[in-house]
Design a protein around this ligand. Structure first.
Ligand SMILES: Nc1ncnc2c1ncn2[C@@H]1O[C@H](COP(=O)(O)OP(=O)(O)OP(=O)(O)O)[C@@H](O)[C@H]1O
Length: 261
């Protein structure tokens, strides 16, 4: 691929130091994520998908630790940044939507306050009125219609799908370059799942780089451009979705595909 990746992970290792053993949750993963493409990360339960995405944000808690590797975002190695510098990157340049959208938002903040937090650190001079019209606009873009009411709502007053969309809106407002979606639809009903997936496609078409972590290989076949298969913390297969699904190189990929198709 001629274009440079927006996000490049090189030889990343994240281990959990337990009393009796070391769990090598991510064990030398390298992957490239491109603008305007959906990159899927697939693998069975416990293969390292979530630890991988948390590592990108440096959000791995003890006893876990990133012990090696580089994480390049638009030419900056995130592993060299201080926690203060990383705060500016998280949710701004890379945003993330999690499995459980309701608990990913702060329960004591209204939607408008979540959105305000995004622009405060980003763009102080925006006056209140302009900010509100930007918020309405961005909520509308993610398919939320009753924007004035939603702005005044707390997360618990919204459905899971609505919270998910608020998180996507926060990423849009921040002009994020990369969106990492970790099982973004797992807790949602079918109609909302379809709407969120459609939204991800739209964002990709707008030029965002999307990393999609999912168990749902049907969704991957339908939506992804590139695929990485992770097993026991290691990438065992990768390529375009066509390459990986048509001619899987690793027996593990074949078994994942056989279980579904
Ligand atoms: N806090 C922790 N302490 C110890 N081990 C952990 C911790 N968190 C994750 N692990 C281990 O790291 C490995 C990778 O876990 P991870 O959550 O990344 O898997 P996953 O691929 O996201 O699974 P799933 O699809 O079920 O969400 C697993 O062996 C898991 O047990």
């Amino acid at each position: 691929m001629a274009e440079k990746p927006v996000l490049s992970v090189i030889n990343l290792k994240t281990y959990f130091y337990l009393e009796k053993q070391v769990v090598k949750a991510v064990d030398g993963v390298s992957l490239d994520v491109y603008k305007g493409r959906i990159t899927a990360l697939i693998g069975g339960s416990g293969s390292g998908k979530s630890v991988m995405s948390l590592s990108i944000f440096n959000l791995v808690d003890k006893p876990g630790k990133i012990i090696d590797g580089e994480i390049w975002l638009n030419g900056v190695n995130l592993r060299k940044l201080s926690e203060k510098q990383l705060l500016k990157v998280r949710g701004k340049e890379i945003s993330m939507i999690f499995q459980n959208p309701t608990s990913s938002l702060n329960p004591v903040l209204k939607v408008k306050e979540h959105l305000a937090e995004v622009i405060q650190t980003h763009n102080n001079e925006i006056v209140k009125k302009e900010a509100l019209s930007m918020f309405r606009d961005v909520l509308f873009r993610v398919g939320l219609k009753n924007t004035d009411q939603i702005l005044e709502s707390y997360p618990f007053e919204l459905s899971g799908g609505m919270c998910q969309r608020v998180m996507v809106a926060m990423g849009l407002l921040a002009h994020a370059h990369v969106l990492i979606a970790d099982e973004p639809t797992s807790s949602l009903d079918l109609t909302t799942q379809a709407a969120i997936l459609e939204e991800l496609m739209r964002l990709k078409n707008e030029g965002l780089a999307v990393v999609l972590i999912t168990h749902d290989l049907g969704v991957v076949a339908q939506m992804a451009d590139d695929v990485y298969v992770i097993k026991d913390g290691k990438i065992v297969d990768s390529g375009t979705v066509y390459e990986v699904f048509q001619s899987p190189k690793h027996a593990y990929t074949k078994s994942l595909l056989d279980a579904v198709f």
